[in-house]
Design a protein. Structure first.
Length: 93
């Protein structure tokens, strides 16, 4: 299923909001919108884009870090660490 990146996230859905945000960001990374070592948009920008709180964005970033997709650098931002062709534990494989 190819979902619209800006589709509203149902807070009462079966999937937690941070999981939806993480899945959508992972898809954007895998699709090449955010390349290796490229920073993701800021927490406030992502929160506005997805219509969620910054806490939800932080939780999504934590999940993507666990999957080896990004690295959070305190005071700097969140950077893509996944490269095309790299094996990973992401949900899109």
């Amino acid at each position: 299923m190819d979902e619209d990146d800006r589709a509203p996230i149902d807070p009462r859905g079966y999937e937690r909001a941070y999981e939806v945000v993480a899945r959508r960001l992972e898809k954007r990374i895998r699709d090449g919108e955010f390349a290796y070592h490229m920073p993701l948009p800021s927490e406030p920008a992502l929160a506005e884009h997805y219509g969620v709180s910054r806490t939800t964005v932080r939780s999504a970033a934590r999940l993507l870090t666990e999957r080896g997709m990004v690295e959070v650098v305190a005071g700097k931002g969140t950077y893509v660490t996944w490269q095309p062709g790299q094996a990973g534990e992401g949900t899109s494989e």
